[in-house]
Write a protein that binds this ligand. Structure first.
Ligand code: PNS
Length: 172
């Protein structure tokens, strides 16, 4: 039987424990899982593409069937190029559903051979998003337990001055 390759596309800016949870679930059911980071020239990310590739690679090193890559253009084109037949996406709460359904159906219209598979991360992470992690970290709040330690360290290195400034200002 042909191995089933799935891609897990996203921005991962930064990788959260919710993403990692989904990667672990996906790695169990697909023969190969490719974490595919979108190269989006229109969006100024907090972490560069290289930094995100490096962090996700480090955090998934233990999974032999997981690899990390980047793509631009249409996700369906990238998926076909790497021989994937499935796209993995996470649904945290009902609020994710509308956007995800719209995207899955548009992708199906573009490429009917590609199947979107939704998985739910552990409920502990149901409120977690990269956007909130960026916001909380920038404002000096703790993101411990929400992102891998490596990501926490990189956030501190990148946002250290902003975090310290905020802490100083709120102490007064
Ligand atoms: O982490 P995100 O921002 O929710 O991921 C969104 C992503 C990268 C999956 C989506 O924006 C995407 O696939 N972009 C690539 C361009 C594309 O194929 N657009 C049509 C989507 S229906």
């Amino acid at each position: 039987m042909k191995p089933v390759i799935a891609i897990y596309p996203g921005s991962f800016d930064p990788l959260t424990n919710g993403h990692l949870d989904l990667i672990e679930r996906g790695a169990k059911i697909f023969d190969e899982l490719i974490v595919a980071i979108l190269r989006n020239p229109e969006k100024e990310p907090l972490f560069s593409l290289e930094e995100r590739l490096e962090m996700i690679r480090a955090m998934t090193r233990g999974h032999e069937n997981v690899r990390v890559d980047s793509f631009d253009g249409l996700m369906v084109d990238y998926a076909l190029n790497v021989g994937a037949t499935a796209v993995l996406r996470g649904i945290r709460a009902i609020s994710d559903y509308e956007y995800e359904l719209q995207m899955a159906l548009m992708n199906r219209k573009l490429e009917p051979r590609l199947e979107t598979v939704f998985m739910m991360p552990a409920e502990t992470y149901s409120y977690l998003s990269s956007r909130l992690v960026r916001e909380v970290a920038t404002l000096g709040g703790s993101v411990r337990g929400l992102v891998p330690e490596l990501v926490e360290k990189k956030l501190r290195a990148k946002l250290g001055p902003a975090m310290a400034r905020h802490k100083e200002a709120t102490r007064e």
